[in-house]
Design a protein around this ligand. Sequence first.
Ligand code: SAH
Length: 228
Amino acid sequence: MKVNILTLYPEMFPGCLGYSLAGKALAEGKWSLNVVNIRDFATDNYKSVDDTPFGGGAGMVMKPEVLDAAISATWTGGPLYYLSPRGKTFVQQTAQAWAKESEMTFLCGRFEGIDERILEKWQIQEISIGDFVLSGGEPALLTMLDAVIRLLPSVMGNTDSALEESFSDGLLEYPQYTKPQVWQGRSVPEVLLSGHHANIRKWRLEQAEQITKTRRPDLWTKYLAHKN
Ligand code: SAH
């Protein structure tokens, strides 16, 4: 997968994606990064990328002609997204869909955001990390890409873990334990030591259902609807 990123802060990338699973996959060429500095497309002597909003109000708005030149020079096809609190919320299903793409382009906003006409002209979709406001799209994009890259074919070591983890089956994950068997007087649940695979599966499903039901009634309702 090729990821194009338009940003005023290119040095923020690959950031945390240069480490661990994603970093190794990047080094191995399982995904690639093309980071474009929006400021390189500014045309005036001050290299300005923003201006005051028509109609007044606080803050600055990113200029359409600069963004247009940056997108023209970068986008060659594939989904084009603007990181935005107005967008659809990014969820695990979004990560699964994006993991199937071969090329994606992302526009990170700063200040109060971007001139609306850019979204119209380029038919850009908006995607949000959640119902809160960041100072820029970059941290949201790093988070989303982390979720996507670990799902790329050949990146995740144990593909079973992708099927069993939280959200994949509509449930939150069951409790996990490792050695030692007794730690500070706390024992691992007996069933996990039994070696009885059917019982273990049953226990894990019950736990996942109980945790989802009590902590996330919204997910639980959806899960029941799908199950029946
Ligand atoms: N004035 C805007 C917020 C601008 S925040 C509003 O009220 O909606 C500055 C930039 O941060 C935005 O252009 C966007 O790219 C990014 N951003 C802020 N919150 C975000 C979120 N929840 N998800 C994704 N991007 C976000």
